[in-house]
Ligand binder design. Structure first.
Ligand code: NAD
Length: 262
């Protein structure tokens, strides 16, 4: 594979949290990055924080919109002349129980994460196959794709959908040299818009801890007793894209500081 320092990455939902940390890390390794997000101003601000338009550009892209997804792939080709790494990171969590979940909630979760990552992977795969240089597609799935927890049925089901997309696409794109892997984070409270936007308050209420102590609460539940930060997820993306992991596809890496057997 091409060295990371010469590669071009598209990261969805990268105006905030984990996605922004991923884009920052890839750029620090010398890659050029397209930051695609619902919010253009925030995407452009994140790109400007990372560097000049020679290394980072922000674009508006709702991953549910086929045309906007194609435009974000085209932005990588236009701005930087190619595409090598695609990170399906855009997401949201409504954090509702089965009885609270409406059909609209179900559709929103599945549209953004299952359909959105399908659209991004499909548009990206066309570009990667055309280039004949291989590449990486990485899904930021979740511990919830594997472990069941209460009060987030639609979120967890769609994360499991993403996990199966990883396996299916690894099988389908392998012959083109495209590796497809996933990362299962958990408890990334600091910097996460999902946690700040209401999920944190709900989880804190469920666990009976003050919201500002939620990060520490998650940390003490882990095997390593460590809080998981956006940078830890970004490190795993770096490892998956590095030439040292050139023979790994269809894998999910947990970034959760260790989950105790229940
Ligand atoms: P975040 O809210 O900080 O980042 C999510 C980003 O996605 C935001 O910038 C948002 O604008 C963008 N987004 C939402 N809907 C979009 C759409 N339709 N099109 C394009 N962009 C859209 O949250 P985060 O915690 O950094 O989450 C990033 C990813 O990591 C999500 O997929 C989430 O499910 C996953 N994840 C997070 C945790 C955690 O503990 N924070 C754990 C497991 C998985």
């Amino acid at each position: 594979p091409k060295p990371l320092a010469t590669r071009i990455a598209l990261v969805t939902g990268a105006a905030s949290g984990i996605g922004k940390a991923i884009a920052t890390r890839l750029a620090a390794e010398g890659a050029c990055v397209v930051i695609a997000d619902l919010d253009l101003e925030k995407a452009q601000a994140a790109a400007a924080e990372i560097g000049s338009t020679d290394v980072a550009v922000g674009v508006q892209a709702n991953v549910v919109d086929e045309g906007q997804v194609q435009a974000s792939v085209d932005a990588a080709l236009l701005a930087f002349g190619g595409l090598d790494i695609v990170v399906n990171n855009a997401g949201l969590s409504l954090s509702k129980s089965l009885l609270e979940t409406t059909v609209a909630d179900w559709d929103l979760q599945h549209n953004v994460m299952a359909k959105g990552s399908f659209l991004v992977s499909r548009a990206a795969a066309r570009a990667l196959i055309d280039q004949k240089l291989g590449g990486d597609i990485i899904y930021i799935s979740s511990k919830n794709s594997v472990f069941a927890g209460p009060n987030n049925i639609a979120y967890s089901a769609t994360k499991a959908d993403q996990a199966h997309q990883v396996r299916l696409l690894a099988a389908e794109l392998g012959e083109h040299g495209v590796k497809v892997n996933g990362i299962n984070p958990d408890g990334v409270v600091r910097g996460s818009g999902i946690f700040a936007g209401g999920w944190g308050a709900k989880r804190a209420a469920v666990y009976g801890v003050p919201e500002e102590e939620l990060g520490a609460y998650y940390a003490q539940r882990t095997l390593l007793k460590r809080e998981v930060l956006p940078e830890n997820v970004a490190n795993a993306v770096f490892v998956l894209c590095s030439s040292d992991l050139s023979h790994t596809t269809g894998l999910h890496i947990p970034v959760d500081a260790g989950v105790a057997a229940a």
